[in-house]
Design a protein around this ligand. Structure first.
Ligand code: SF4
Length: 240
């Protein structure tokens, strides 16, 4: 199995120097996604075998504080519990980045091989998730998607595992999205980050303006007004 490896990151695991393993494939098609090669394939440059990535991480374990599993969407891989166990055998904690579209896999994971930290993407109001699918047929399943997102958020909140929620200040995300998402969020950090153009999955999105500090602040302010632990953060992790 091939993955992409970012050997060193200072921003993907809160408070830790980490390595990031990126899994290919995703069950969403967010038009702003910066991980085009991971989501639709076609550029295997830089891909390494999972075993090679784990061997590299093992060699550098003394300088690492954790390993991030990102994508793409890691929960699409049945091997994920085994991979998490392998990393824990190395002696490093594991952070999972997920879009929350696969609550069954997430639930199994929490039972079989719970990660040490979970970052759950909240992209827009749950009822708007139909905009994130490749085909209109898939978009018609958006109702199920809304249920999936809510199930995943509940699993994460009830897991007892350190976690955060993540939202990009996209041009088409405003305070009404934050109000719709707020019931999914507990007192864990809700991290808002700027949207930046470049290599977007839908080239049209590269013609939009990058979000400004005020755009992020506006969403943070509304989340705070709703009683959430909202903070502005750096761009890191998957292209959520
Ligand atoms: S942003 Fe994340 S969830 Fe969306 S398509 Fe890209 S990898 Fe998948």
């Amino acid at each position: 199995m091939e993955v992409m490896l970012r050997k060193t990151s200072f921003i993907d695991y809160p408070g830790e120097i980490s390595s990031v393993i990126f899994f290919t494939g995703c069950n969403l098609r967010c038009p702003w996604c910066h991980n085009r090669e991971l989501v639709i394939g076609g550029d295997e440059k830089g891909a390494v075998l999972l075993n090679q990535a784990l061997a590299h991480i093992k060699k550098r374990r003394s300088v690492l504080g954790g390993v991030v599993l990102s994508g793409g969407e890691p929960t699409l891989y049945e091997e994920l519990p085994h991979i998490i166990a392998s990393i824990k055998d190395i002696g490093l904690p594991v952070k999972l980045d997920t879009n929350g579209m696969n609550p069954t896999a997430l639930e199994n994971l929490l039972q079989e091989a719970p990660p040490d930290y979970i970052a759950l993407d909240l992209k827009c109001a749950p009822e708007r998730y139909g905009e994130l699918f490749k085909t209109s047929a898939a978009a018609a399943c958006a109702g199920q998607t809304e249920i999936a997102l809510k199930q995943s958020a509940t699993l994460v909140r009830d897991s007892g595992i350190a976690h955060e929620f993540r939202t990009l200040a996209l041009p088409n995300v405003d305070e009404t999205d934050i109000e719709a998402l707020a019931p999914l969020v507990d007192q864990a950090p809700w991290v808002f980050r700027a949207f930046k153009t470049g290599n977007c999955l839908d080239p049209l999105w590269d013609t939009f303006a990058d979000s400004k500090v005020e755009d992020v602040e506006k969403l943070v302010k509304r989340a705070k007004e709703l009683g959430k632990n909202a903070i502005g953060g750096n761009l890191g992790g998957e292209g959520n």
